[in-house]
Design a protein around this ligand. Sequence first.
Ligand SMILES: CC(C)(COP(=O)(O)OP(=O)(O)OC[C@H]1O[C@@H](n2cnc3c(N)ncnc32)[C@H](O)[C@@H]1OP(=O)(O)O)[C@@H](O)C(=O)NCCC(=O)NCCS
Length: 173
Amino acid sequence: MTLTIRKLGPDDDRSAFRSGNPDLDRFFARYAAQNQFRHHIGTTYVAIDDAGAIVGFATVAAAEIEAEKMPATRRKRLPKYPLPALRLARLAVDERAKGQGVGSVLLRAVLVLARQLADDIGCVGVVVDAKPEAVAFYEKLGFLRLEVVAGELGDRPQPLPMFLELGQLGRAK
Ligand SMILES: CC(C)(COP(=O)(O)OP(=O)(O)OC[C@H]1O[C@@H](n2cnc3c(N)ncnc32)[C@H](O)[C@@H]1OP(=O)(O)O)[C@@H](O)C(=O)NCCC(=O)NCCS
């Protein structure tokens, strides 16, 4: 499958996209465009297959990461105030296209954005609140689990904060 990654356009048909996660599908169908074009609070990038269908999307937004939540190895060398980062707010692949590398290609595009941000205004890396079932996917691509303050997460399965440092970019698969 040859993929094209580009920004969501106002006229893209988002109604047929099904990732298997109703919350993500609802976000894509109802909110992705208005967040991007009206509110300017996040930008969605879509993966288009050879037939012109949207087979995946990634939504990004500006973020900060608290210095004390950085991986221990990096913490010491960085200032203590919140650091600029790029948030991967949402990532989903259509059920028909899963397991064919679409998620990885979208993630790589997000990493390129983070690198551009680093050059233009400053960015230490990419943060994501990973759904429990996606933690292994992110780990494969080089993300680390962020420090979680004791008691911050309850007993229920919760999104796990994860981080990919820009310095690690070259090492991501
Ligand atoms: C998680 C998701 C984005 C992965 O997309 P994908 O296109 O299927 O992933 P890829 O084909 O690029 O897979 C890349 C690698 O990760 C692995 N992988 C994919 N999903 C995985 C998962 N849930 N757990 C562990 N490994 C996973 C693949 O086997 C592949 O490994 P390989 O390189 O050794 O072959 C997709 O399954 C999805 O949309 N899930 C539902 C929504 C979701 O959980 N989004 C994340 C929100 S935080």
